[in-house]
Structure formats: structure tokens, C-alpha cells
Ligand binder design. Structure first.
Ligand SMILES: Nc1ncnc2c1ncn2[C@@H]1O[C@H](COP(=O)(O)OP(=O)(O)OP(=O)(O)O)[C@@H](O)[C@H]1O
Ligand SMILES: [Mg+2]
Length: 345
């Protein structure tokens, strides 16, 4: 019942506003993809077009290789769960979840059995008789999920379903969504502007900005191999240094660094980066070492975050929590060859 989902040059314009600009995605059957990006980048627009609630200005959407543009939402096989779980307040939980099946003329006993199974799946067994106002926000969200799944859709679309929940509940719900998604094996597109949430949940992340796709990759790739500075910054890495790459060497204002010969960037101008957690303290006389001045040291519990200066630039370093370092100290940093990543500019 799961489907592959593909968008081809998917575009949405409102007069002179470009909400989505040529989105290209290929999502495998059963995959969970997060659409991640700042407010207004086109996430909801994408989801609504996949659901059939909004027509594209240009481009195509394919399920299992076939265009679904001509298919109305109720027959498309994609269901959407919204940020605000719109449960029918006058119906019981059981009636809310069973609604979609009842509308299709499924017999009462079958509906009742399916409702019970889904309530078990979302960890609310026996909640059939309750009313929406008797449930917590997280419980209502689980009911909304069960209600979407009961019609056995090919594609599940979740638009920031966890935004209204407090931090602990969010964590719990993320786990539940992952468990349910894997149990049902349904192709899922999950919208969020929370980087951590996307990393925890998704097989792959589509990072968007201003209606465009910046990078579509596994979470680890986005962290370790960003395609450009915007992607790096979005994944909390501001340690950037311009340089000129020649083979396995990069010449910069801080000196020349050796990089892995496998680095795919072309020779010429690049941005060199090392994530804060990959910089090593010490190593004055090693290759790839630099001298820095500590500007700030903030104890973060699991580590101490240092802000260090090299010339005009400042970088962040994740240092061991027990290290005693104060602003003004001079420290040497080692940029491990295998941890240096170069992006073309
Ligand atoms: N009906 C509309 N008319 C004009 N512009 C619109 C319309 N709907 C959306 N937009 C614009 O399209 C862009 C993308 O909107 P969209 O709702 O997809 O963003 P989003 O990524 O879901 O943001 P958020 O994280 O805030 O929910 C925004 O700039 C928005 O203002
Ligand atoms: Mg949105």
C-alpha cells in the first residue's frame, strides 16, 4: 500500500510571490522524509500540493511513477495530519477515528475492529468512548494520526504535528511516530522547522530555503558534507574559512591545510570547514595546527563551548567539560585531515 513519491519541477506562484520554485524530490516507498526549513520556505505549500489540496503552477507529482495531478484529494491516497488536530468535538474518539471508513460504507463491526487496532498502535487502547476535550494535546495528536491511517493511505503527510506540544511530549511523540510509521511501512513526508526533530525522525532530509531545495540527503551527510554555507549554518556549523584548494592542500589566511584526497571539491576557491565537535585541542607542532585566542568559554554540561579567534575570524569549539580554560588563554587547535570539508564557492 506504500508508494514512491516524486516531484518534478514542482512550482507554485501567487502573482509575483514564488512559494515553491522547481522542487525535485524522489522519495522511496516506505521512506520517511522530513521537509526542513525556515518559516515561509514552502514546506506547507509542498505538502498541500502532494495531498491534492492545492494545484501547482508548474511541474508534476507522481505516485509510483504515475502523475496524480488529475486525481482529486479523496482518491489520491495521500492523507494529511495538520498542526492543529481538527477532531470533531461532538464525536467520541472511536467515531472520530472510524469516520473515514464509515463514509466509505464499511460495516460497523469492521470499523470497530480497525479502530481498536489503531488505538493500540498509537498507544491509546480502550479510548474509544472518550470525547476529544477529555484528552491531552499529545493524545489528541495520536488520535489524529490514527484517524489518518485508518483509510490505509499510500502516503502520510504530517505538517508540524508536534509544534503545539511541550518538549518532553514532543520527544515521546517523535518516537511514537517513528514506531508507527515503521510498523505500517507507509511513505511519509514530515514537515518541521526543527533541525533536531528532522535528524531524529527522518531517513532523509530535504532542506529548503526561499522556495528552493538546498540539499536532499541523509542526516549525517547534511552534518558532515554540506553542499554550501547555508546548509552548514542551518546544521549549526559557522566555522567557515575561505581558501584556495590545490589538490589535497588548501591555502588560507591561517596557513595551508592538508585535506583528504577524497574531498570532492574542485581546485580553486573553496570554503573550508570543521564542525565544532571535530576540532581537537592541542597539537601546536602538528600539521594542520593553528594558534588561537579564547574569547569566551561557556559550560554547557556535556561539554564546554569555546569561542576562539584567529585573526578577524571566530570559530566555535566543543571542548571537554572538565577543561579549565578562560577568556584570554592561548590554545592550539588541530584540524584533523579527515574532518576537514571543503565546499565550492
Ligand atoms: N495563498 C497564498 N497567497 C500568497 N502567498 C502565499 C499563499 N500561501 C502561501 N504563500 C506564501 O508562500 C510562501 C511559502 O508558504 P508556506 O506556507 O509553504 O511556508 P512554510 O514553509 O510552511 O512556513 P511555516 O514554517 O511558517 O509554516 C510564503 O512566503 C507564504 O507567504
Ligand atoms: Mg507551514
Amino acid at each position: 500500500m506504500m508508494a514512491t513519491v516524486q516531484t518534478v519541477g514542482l512550482t507554485k506562484r501567487y502573482q509575483d510571490i514564488v512559494a515553491l520554485d522547481g522542487l525535485e524530490l524522489e522519495i522511496a516507498a516506505g521512506e520517511l522524509v522530513a521537509l526542513l526549513g525556515p518559516s515561509g520556505c514552502g514546506k506547507t505549500t509542498t505538502l498541500r500540493m502532494v495531498a491534492g489540496l492545492l494545484s501547482p503552477t508548474a511541474g508534476d507529482i507522481l505516485f509510483d511513477g504515475r502523475s496524480v495531478l488529475a486525481i482529486p484529494p479523496e482518491r489520491r491516497g495521500a492523507v494529511m495530519v495538520f498542526q492543529k488536530h481538527l477532531l470533531f468535538p461532538h464525536m467520541t474518539i472511536g467515531e472520530n477515528i472510524g469516520f473515514g471508513l464509515k463514509m466509505r460504507g464499511v460495516d460497523k463491526a469492521t470499523v470497530r475492529r480497525s479502530v481498536a487496532e489503531l488505538l493500540k498502535l498509537v498507544q491509546l487502547p480502550g479510548f474509544e468512548g472518550r470525547r476529544p476535550h477529555e484528552l491531552s494535546g499529545g493524545q489528541q495528536q495520536r488520535v489524529a494520526l490514527a484517524r489518518a491511517l485508518i483509510v490505509e493511505p499510500k502516503v502520510l503527510l504530517l505538517d508540524e504535528p508536534l509544534t503545539n506540544l511541550d518538549a518532553n511530549l514532543r520527544l515521546e511523540m517523535r518516537q511514537l511516530i517513528r514506531t508507527v510509521q515503521q510498523a505500517v511501512g507507509i511513505t511519509t513526508i514530515f514537515v518541521t522547522h526543527d533541525q533536531e526533530e528532522a535528524v531524529m525522525l527522518a531517513d532523509r532530509i530535504a532542506l529548503m530555503d526561499g522556495g528552493r531545495l538546498l540539499q536532499f540527503d541523509r542526516p549525517r551527510t547534511l552534518f558532515e558534507r554540506p553542499q554550501n554555507a547555508t546548509v552548514a549554518r542551518f546544521f549549526r556549523n559557522e566555522n567557515l574559512l575561505p581558501g584556495i584548494k590545490r589538490g589535497a592542500q588548501v591555502e588560507t589566511a591561517w596557513g595551508t591545510f592538508s585535506i583528504s584526497p577524497c574531498n570532492p571539491a574542485c581546485n580553486g576557491p573553496v570554503l573550508l570547514t570543521v564542525r565544532p565537535e571535530h576540532l581537537e585541542i592541542g597539537g601546536r607542532h602538528q600539521a594542520n595546527g593553528i594558534e588561537t585566542t579564547v574569547l569566551q568559554a561557556v559550560y554547557m554540561g556535556a561539554y564546554t563551548q569555546l569561542q576562539v579567534a584567529v585573526g578577524e575570524c571566530s570559530w566555535l569549539v566543543q571542548a571537554p567539560a572538565n577543561l579549565s580554560i578562560a577568556p584570554g588563554d592561548r590554545i592550539s587547535l588541530h584540524l584533523p585531515e579527515a574532518r576537514i570539508w571543503c565546499m565550492p564557492v
